[in-house]
Design a protein around this ligand. Sequence first.
Ligand code: B12
Length: 248
Amino acid sequence: MDSSVLRAYGDRQGDGMVQMSFVLQVAPSARAREAAKRFAEKHGLKEPLVATMEECAKGYSYFVVYGHSVHSVDFSEIDVPEVRTESLSRTEIEERIKSQFGRKLVVVGACTGSDAHTVGIDAILNYKGYAGDKGLESYKGFDVYNLGAQVENEQLAARARALKADAILVSQVITQRNCHKENAQALIDFLRAEGWRKDVVLLLGGPRIDHKLALELGFDAGFGTGTKVADVASFILERLEQIGVPHK
Ligand code: B12
């Protein structure tokens, strides 16, 4: 089998085993189990096995069904943009800021629009960070301003400008009706209209953000689930060195 063609791996190579879970508006019963099986078959699963049928509310059942999927993807055809930055250690980051810039780098971040999910941006910016990974505030080389939640683009831009920010970090967690795209795009448009988009590193982050989307919207990079603070710091340094605004 061509190793670049991927099928789901269950018990053995190429068996295509997957599981799907869903809720049907019916109480658990033998008929409900058969309904779940047929539902899975209609999604293309071969030989489906209903592994779980549990009442999750009165008149509703939660199912987990296993079966063989028939699809595959050719890995060799996949090309997605990735953030390609040398990941530096904390010591390297501190030393490079000192030697390349000779001052603290100013970072301003917020969770913008109606979005109130601050845990992600706090993880990147605040001293205590997240899951043992301390935020940018814990680095001597960064001067960090976390504006918090539900910050309007204009407010973020004004604060960033007043602080002579080197980098603006935007977090978007809510993606209902694509509000994250609209909101992030509006910030870019605003900065372009004000004429200083190119003078600042702009990062977009959140669990449903990827590098490709961020680039399409006009950001310098996008960071998704599991982002590490050192990777963000390394990217900011590299990008600032490229755009050449070392001394303000
Ligand atoms: C905690 C939480 C809340 C809390 C938020 C508290 C707070 N202060 O943040 C509260 C209870 C307020 C809340 C409210 C709501 N929530 Co909520 N919430 C969550 C939950 C459970 C966890 C989010 C979280 O903290 N993750 C942990 C952080 C560390 O992860 P992260 O954000 O991905 O961050 C990492 C990376 O993405 C990245 N990153 C993130 N931002 C940035 C920015 C930059 C610049 C960079 C570099 C990196 C970066 O780095 C971080 C570290 O690795 C999620 C479900 C889930 N399990 O994810 C739902 C979830 C996000 N919420 C959801 C919803 C719908 C809501 C509400 C609309 C519910 C309602 N009907 O009222 C409201 C909206 C409120 C609002 N106006 O925004 C949905 C969003 C669906 C969608 N696709 O839009 C989710 C996914 C739940 C769900 N499955 O439906 N929520």
